[in-house]
Design a protein. Sequence first.
Length: 264
Amino acid sequence: MVANKALGQHWLNNRAILNEIAGLAAEGSAWYHSEKTGVEIKNQDVHICLEIGPGLGTLTSSLLRRFDEVIAVEYDDKLAGNLPKSFPGKNLKVINADILKFDFSTVRDKYVIAGNIPYYITSPIIEKVLTAPNLPERVVLLMQKEVAERIVSSKETMLSLFVKNRAEVMPGPVVTKGEFTPPPKVDSQVVIFEPHAPIVGEEVFRLIRIGFSAPRKKLTHNLVSLKSKVELGQVFNDIGINVGARPGDLSLADWQKLSKKLES
């Protein structure tokens, strides 16, 4: 089947890479240990994998070997209709739906999420899965390498701060563009998320949004609507933040300290 570029469809066919993604979904960091030692480690607690955008089912095949049930959410009508035919007798449930509108609360038991996601909706998908009412145990997503690097980098962005507030995050393997059909313009990378309850509240993110209103400017410039530059300079000194810092220089903990100090 010809890929629909408008839907960001690029098929990954390298079985070793697909098995690696499935292994990370099933076992997390323990997968690396099992690959190095030859001792297979199976996750006995999570039996369901929700796959985002299964497409032709190449990753689905690897997931079905590691999970008792795979719930595949596919937006493309034709692909959703054809997918069950590729896996007769397997415990595969295909849902023809937009993942951004999918109700995660319909998954009743513990589950993990995996998928090769479209580049153009990467951020909305991450936000959706990390704010699900029933958080997954683990999320393993193959995404544009540049976005993956922004998420795990110490140079923060709005996206990286959002992610680090709601999950432990680890970089996974890089997948070069030549592994896909048709090949995208850029390389991809796997990112592993282990979701948890938010560390900071919405009041901190209100401040972060103001701070990132002009990401390249000094933070004191962006926050002058809250206090004068002189007052901000004193606040920064009190909590150990460089007065010349830009928004991306502050960690989530720094933003939390700054929010508390500005409220006092």
